[in-house]
Design a protein around this ligand. Structure first.
Ligand code: HEC
Length: 160
């Protein structure tokens, strides 16, 4: 009987110790996540005020979804993510660019003479958002790519 009591005490102690470890580790985790978040939001600065003002929804989508790969500068990452700033591929075909954000792509493409082969997942699920973000990138970072309208892209099949 006395042994049982001791056992109970021991398991209570163990549970308390476990709870302490869990609390401490989740506290440390929360702290880490918070730091990362702060850094990330400090990093998302609109780089092109004119294009951001003209295409606010597009700029918002860019900062939310595209910048992680194509970067705030629109320069991408050489060898991995192609540039949008000054991209001959982007500027050659606006409708293909809209299709790119709606359906993604998974084939080798050549941008400004360099080959890229990492797949890009679909980013947006409707014509308006797709047109808005493409109009933004067509005119951000000094690009002079013109604009495209929802009417011009409505026949693109959205594949899910
Ligand atoms: C996960 C990384 C990633 C994200 C997020 C991403 N892209 Fe891409 N993007 C790529 C890769 C990789 C390619 C090359 C795809 C291929 O080879 O099939 C590409 C290609 C492109 C191209 C055609 C090539 C060029 O450089 O002109 C455009 C336009 C483009 N992305 C726009 C966007 C836009 C706009 C967004 C946000 C709505 C976006 N991407 C989000 C990785 C990404």
């Amino acid at each position: 009987m006395k042994n049982m009591k001791n056992m109970n005490k021991l398991s209570l102690l163990l549970i308390m110790a476990g709870a302490f470890v869990i609390t401490t580790s989740s506290f440390t985790k929360a702290k880490t996540i918070k730091t990362v978040k702060t850094n990330a939001s400090a990093f998302v600065i609109p780089q092109d005020d004119q294009a951001s003002a003209k295409y606010p929804n597009g700029a918002r989508i860019y900062q939310e979804k595209c910048f992680a790969c194509h970067q705030v500068t629109g320069l991408g990452i050489p060898g991995a993510f192609p540039p949008l700033k000054g991209s001959d591929y982007l500027l050659a075909d606006k409708k293909r660019a809209v299709q790119q954000v709606l359906n993604g792509s998974n084939h080798e493409i050549t941008v400004n003479g360099a080959k890229y082969a990492i797949p890009m997942p679909p980013q947006v699920d409707n014509y308006q958002d797709a047109v808005d973000v493409i109009n933004y990138v067509l005119n951000a970072w000094g690009n002079k790519g013109g604009t495209i309208s929802v009417d011009e892209v409505k026949d693109i099949k959205i594949i899910r």
